[in-house]
Write a protein that binds this ligand. Structure first.
Ligand SMILES: [Zn+2]
Length: 482
C-alpha cells in the first residue's frame, strides 16, 4: 500500500519529534510536535491540538530541525558532477576560466542548475545561493533563473560572469533590466546578490559594480582570502571605498591578514566557509578556528559538485573535523595536548542553519523552528537504517551519524517537497535528460581524449622513504615469500 503524503495546502503536524529549534537559546525539545499551517510554523509544543484535516507525520525517533542553508554553490557546474575529484584550484581555473566553462550554453547552465536545485531540496538544503559566475549573457542568466524557479526550494541567484570585468557587465542596461524583471520585489523565495572577486587590480575598477549593488540594494558576495588569487589588496580596496557593508559574504576567508579579518568583523561581514573545498583545492586552511578569534560569523557552503557533495551534512562534518584537527596539530607542535574542544557539534549545526539565514539577512524569516517563522523544515528519520537509533546527542547525531539518505521529509515555505524519503512535485527525469544532452555537447566539443585528460591531472613526483628495518632477516624472508 502506498502511503499518501500530505496534499498541497493541507496543514501538517510532525508528532513526537526531538526538535532542534536553533532559537536564540538553542532549545532542544523532546517529544514535541511542530504544526505548519499555510507557509508558517503555527505551533510548537507537546500534544498539540491541530485543525481538522491536518496531515499527521509520525516523527517519533526522528529529529526535526530548520532547513539547511548553503551560502555559496556554483550550481551551473553540476552537469560535471565528480569530474574534478582529483583537481587542485589550478586545474579548476584552467578548466572553467580558460578552456571549458566558456562554452557552456544557456541550456547547459539550466541543466546544472536544475539538477543542483533538486539535489538541494532532497538533502534538506532548503535555501541555496547559486554563485553563478558563468553568466556570459543575460540569456544564460534567464536559463539559470528558470531552473531555480522550476524547483520548489528557496534560492538566491548570485549573478556573476568570470569572462568579463564586473564593472563591465554589472553596469549594462541588460543587467539592470534582467534584475528588475526577474527579481525586484519577488519576496523571500528568490533573491539576488552580485558575485565577483577582487584580485586587487590597480585603480579598483570593481567600484562601479559595488555602486550598482548599492543602488539596487542587493548584497555582494566575493571569494576572499584565496591563496595567491584574492587577498588583502581586495579587502583594502573595499574598505577604503566604503563597500564593506553589513551582509557582505566573504567566501572562504582562508588566507587573509589579521587586519583584513578585523575589517570583516567590524563591518558586519559573514564568512561562507566551504571546508571540503578549502581542504582540497588550496585556498588556505579551512578558517573557522581563526574566524572565531575575530568574532566573524560563519555560514557553510559546498562550493561545487565538480569536486564535492552538495549537502550540508558533509559541510558540517568536514568543518568540525578541520577545526579540531587544527587545534590538535597546533597543540602537538607545542608539545601540548588538547583536552577539551572549543567547537561543538551544536556550533556547526548553527552554522549550517541559522548562520546561513543570518548571512542572507533572512534570520527573522527562516533558520529556526519558532512560531511565526516560514516553515522550512527537515525531518531526519530512517527506520530502515541501523544508524537511525539511538539518538543520544541530537547535534552529534546530525553531524556525525546522519546523511542525506536519512532525510525523511522536507518542507519549504510550508510546502512538502519530500515525504517518506521521496521527492514530491520534482521532475528528476527532466533533469536527467537535460544533463545527458549537456554532457553529449561538452564531450563532443572537446573530444574523448581531452575529456579523459581533464579528469586525470598529472601526479607530481614523490618518493617513499627508505625503510631502515628492511635489512632484518625475518622481513627479507617475508618479502621473498610474497
Ligand atoms: Zn566558489
Amino acid at each position: 500500500m502506498t502511503v499518501a503524503g500530505p496534499q498541497p495546502g493541507q496543514p501538517v503536524v510532525f508528532r513526537n519529534a526531538t526538535v532542534l529549534t536553533m532559537d536564540d537559546a538553542h532549545s532542544v525539545l523532546n517529544d514535541t510536535d511542530v504544526l505548519v499551517v499555510g507557509d508558517q510554523i503555527a505551533a510548537v509544543g507537546a500534544g498539540l491540538a491541530v485543525p481538522d484535516g491536518t496531515a499527521e507525520i509520525d516523527a517519533a525517533g526522528g529529529i526535526v530541525m530548520p532547513g539547511m542553508v548553503d551560502t555559496h554553490r556554483h550550481m551551473w557546474q553540476t552537469a560535471m558532477r565528480g569530474y574534478g575529484a582529483d583537481w587542485t584550484l589550478t586545474q579548476y581555473f584552467v578548466y572553467y576560466y580558460l578552456n571549458w566553462g566558456k562554452i557552456f550554453r544557456p541550456q547547459d547552465v539550466y541543466a546544472g542548475n536544475l539538477l543542483a536545485a533538486i539535489e538541494s531540496v532532497d538533502a534538506g538544503v532548503t535555501t541555496t545561493v547559486d554563485w553563478s559566475h558563468g553568466l556570459r549573457t543575460t540569456d544564460h542568466a534567464e536559463a539559470a533563473t528558470d531552473a531555480l524557479e522550476a524547483v520548489p526550494g528557496r534560492f538566491v541567484l548570485a549573478y556573476g560572469n568570470i569572462y568579463a570585468g564586473a564593472w563591465e557587465w554589472a553596469t549594462t542596461p541588460e543587467f539592470r533590466d534582467f534584475y528588475t524583471r526577474r527579481f525586484d520585489g519577488k519576496g523571500d523565495m528568490l533573491r539576488f546578490q552580485i558575485a565577483f572577486d577582487l584580485p586587487g587590480i590597480e585603480g579598483f575598477p570593481e567600484q562601479a559594480a559595488f555602486e550598482v549593488a548599492r543602488e539596487l540594494g542587493v548584497p555582494v558576495t566575493t571569494h576572499a582570502g584565496v591563496w595567491a588569487v584574492t587577498g588583502d589588496a581586495g579587502i583594502n580596496q573595499m574598505y577604503d571605498g566604503g563597500f564593506m557593508t553589513p551582509g557582505t559574504t566573504y567566501v572562504h576567508s582562508a588566507s587573509l591578514s589579521p587586519d583584513s579579518y578585523h575589517k570583516i568583523a567590524a563591518t558586519g561581514g559573514f564568512a561562507s566557509v566551504s571546508t571540503e573545498s578549502e581542504c582540497n583545492a588550496g585556498q588556505g586552511y579551512s578558517p573557522t578556528w581563526r574566524l572565531r578569534k575575530y568574532g566573524i560569523p560563519v555560514s557553510l557552503s559546498q562550493d561545487t559538485s565538480v569536486w564535492w557533495s552538495g549537502d550540508i551534512f558533509s559541510a558540517m562534518r568536514a568543518t568540525l573535523n578541520a577545526d579540531r584537527a587544527k587545534e590538535h596539530d597546533e597543540a602537538h607542535d607545542k608539545g601540548e595536548t588538547v583536552t577539551n574542544h572549543i567547537l561543538r557539534a551544536e556550533d556547526v549545526v548553527d552554522y549550517g542553519t541559522r548562520g546561513g539565514a543570518r548571512n542572507l539577512g533572512l534570520d527573522s524569516v527562516i533558520g529556526s523552528v519558532e512560531v511565526g517563522r516560514k516553515a522550512d523544515l527537515v525531518l531526519i528519520k530512517n527506520d530502515n537504517s541501523p544508524v537511525g537509533f539511538p539518538i543520544l546527542h541530537p547535534y552529534g547525531h546530525v553531524v556525525y551519524q546522519a546523511n542525506r539518505g536519512d532525510v525523511h521529509t522536507v518542507l519549504v515555505n510550508g510546502n512538502v517537497v519530500k515525504f517518506d524519503h521521496k521527492l514530491v512535485g520534482v521532475d528528476l527525469a527532466a533533469a536527467r535528460s537535460a544533463i545527458e544532452s549537456t554532457l553529449e555537447y561538452l564531450q563532443g566539443e572537446h573530444g574523448p581524449e581531452e575529456w579523459e585528460k581533464g579528469m586525470h591531472p598529472e601526479i607530481p613526483e614523490h618518493e617513499t622513504l627508505n625503510n631502515p628495518y628492511t635489512y632484518r632477516d625475518d622481513v627479507s624472508a617475508w618479502k621473498e615469500s610474497e
